[in-house]
Design a protein around this ligand. Structure first.
Ligand code: ZN
Length: 238
């Protein structure tokens, strides 16, 4: 499966997935036009839209893309009442087939109640929307710290060489906060040097591996829901 990043809006990423059989999906299209432009430049059409959660900066392009390509929208079943374009609901434990590729669906409540992540085991790729970010995690708009910690723990249980594809380019901003929390972490210092250099060249910091995230993110290194809640609170106050 081929994965392409599509920068959208201010700092969002959508992802174009092109399966070996020619099936094409887009994850979290905040807007339609740049996705259509990319598809046209590749001579592709769109078969599937997948949303990780209901927020407008992840679903804003659904309607126009659906109209242009007649594709189906797969989104959290729990968000059916607030994603009007939804065709097929996804829930924890489901398998979503994309041509010859397939993804496991995990429920990861915290940022929103219905949030899901998609894990392509064969491709070692996790699409986690606004659950986990580079050196951070999503704000708790709907869930509790305990729920988010449980969701992050599910992600931490995946293989270390999993590539993480998240919904926003927040790594540099998040990392500045992380250095305040964990100033002596040499892995974090090294990562931040790499992140600064990438951003200076306008390059994405995504994907990153789960192994790197586990070594460098105070959110994943919290060790308990209580400590995680403290760090999330401190981050909110920045
Ligand atoms: Zn969101």
């Amino acid at each position: 499966m081929k994965i392409e990043l599509i920068p959208l809006l201010q700092d969002n990423y959508a992802y174009l997935l092109i399966d070996g059989s020619g099936t094409v999906a887009v994850i979290d299209p905040s807007e339609a036009a740049p996705v259509q432009d990319l598809l046209e430049s590749r001579g592709l059409t769109l078969d599937m839209i997948i949303n990780t959660h209901h927020h407008g900066d992840h679903t804003g392009g659904n309607a126009a893309l659906k109209k242009a390509y007649g594709c189906k929208v797969y989104a959290p079943e729990a968000d059916a009442y607030r994603i009007s374009t939804l065709d097929s609901g996804l829930k924890d434990g489901d398998t979503l087939n994309l041509g010859q590729s397939s993804a496991q669906v995990f429920a990861t409540p915290g940022h929103t109640n219905g949030h899901i992540c998609l894990y392509f085991a064969e491709d070692k790729a996790l699409f986690c929307g606004d659950t986990l970010f580079g050196l951070g995690c999503g704000r708790l708009f709907e869930g509790t710290p305990e729920q988010m910690w449980e969701s992050l723990s599910k992600i931490m249980a995946l293989p270390d060489d999993t590539d993480i594809y998240c919904g926003h380019e927040y790594t540099l901003e998040n990392g500045t906060f992380c250095l305040d929390i964990d100033p002596d972490n040499t892995d974090l210092q090294q990562r931040m040097a790499d992140v600064r250099s990438a951003r200076e060249q306008n390059l994405p910091t995504i994907p990153f591996t789960l192994a790197l995230e586990k070594k460098t993110s105070p959110f994943l290194r919290a060790g308990s829901a209580e400590r995680f809640a403290e760090i999330r609170c401190l981050r909110d106050a920045v």
